[in-house]
Ligand binder design. Sequence first.
Ligand SMILES: Cc1ncc(COP(=O)(O)O)c(C=O)c1O
Length: 443
Amino acid sequence: MAYNDFNMDSHWLPFTPNRHFRKEPRVFVRADGMHFTTHDGRQVIDGISSLWCVGAGHNRKPINEAIKKQLDTLDYATAFNAANDQAFLAAEKIAAMAPGDLNKVLFCNSGSEAADTSLKVALAYHRARGEGHRNVFIGRERGYHGVGFGGMSVGGIPSNRKVYGAALLPRVDHMRFIHDPANAYIHNQEPQSQEDYLLELENRILPLHDPSNVAAIIVEPVAGSAGWYIPPQGYLKRLREICDKHGILLIFDEVITGFGRMGTNFGADFYGVVPDMLNFAKCVTNGVIPLGGVICRDRIYDAMMKTDAPEHVIEFFHGYTYSGHPVSCAAAIATLDLYQKENLFQRAGEMGKVLGDAFHSTFKGLPNVIGIRSLGLAAAVELAPIAGKPGKRAYDIFLDCFKKGSLVRPAGDVLVIAPPYVVEKEHISTLVNTLADSIKAHA
Ligand SMILES: Cc1ncc(COP(=O)(O)O)c(C=O)c1O
């Protein structure tokens, strides 16, 4: 079959070194379960749930069937001034899964849109309550909230911000990163830290802006894109308390930690902390079709509806053509049903322990390994960078693993494995052993 019957002149690849890719293309043409087939007919294990999306594994019939059925029933309908039945059903399901009074779902199409939506809700909510002066946002160093201007501004990955400085939001600050070099090895549990990573927020950042001007603080419960960095015990609870004390909204960006990665519905459940807004995307549809959203607490929605404006006036001037797309929402309903039916979040928690044990027993002491972190169904091995060439070692190892049939994810000089929840022990062994061989080969 002529799978490699394409030229590469037109497609500009995202977050990919395009010049090198053209020399060594990696193109998928099929997927099933835990495996891809490449254009040149090779099998590759999906060790990263395809960007943290495919919790239930590839080519799941109930999801595919729901999409096909929805296409034949209601393919699309305007999202403004009218709605579709699937959006209500999906929102109800998602709200029921969310903790506390996180009950109101604003749909969008991606994690980036969710980030920008949540920041806009924060501004609009404060203004609706007569506190329009609250317009400072606080993110965290090395946080990732997508690539929109809002998400990029509160994000803290330097290379994602460097080129766009002049266009970043002006009233933004960043908390310090949560990595404690004294806790380089984290094995399936929250680290204890002597460091107080929130002291600077309380003693410098909030006084500098005055807490009364701060609209929201946004964090990933576990820093995913940076390379699976895990907050110390008590960190998120204390962040919640600080926000409450000063009337600041707390946003959890759960685009990665949402829908099962931690063995629970959300990271919020894992940590026992309820944010004011919870952003999701990725696993909500098993990655099969784009859908994102922001789940808001009741009081946010209620404040926005409590307006003196006449009833024909829109309360929140925001939305996307594809907000709550019926096909995406049908996919979400089928995906969430499937997770539940197969008990996949619990399975993710159980397989996470297997993955973490394999990481620590295999990588500890290998050349250049300077840290190993595992929690939930994700684990990271951190390597010393090659002098003067940050990221090169991990990128080369990623390429080598791919050639050997394992898809892993480089993030700086960290390599991450975060497989679908349906992963079996043998897949974990293959992924971890392949990665170990590559780490040794690139010593
Ligand atoms: C925490 C977090 N927020 C936002 C995003 C952006 O999502 P998207 O690529 O769907 O825009 C990501 C993507 O990895 C993410 O991990």
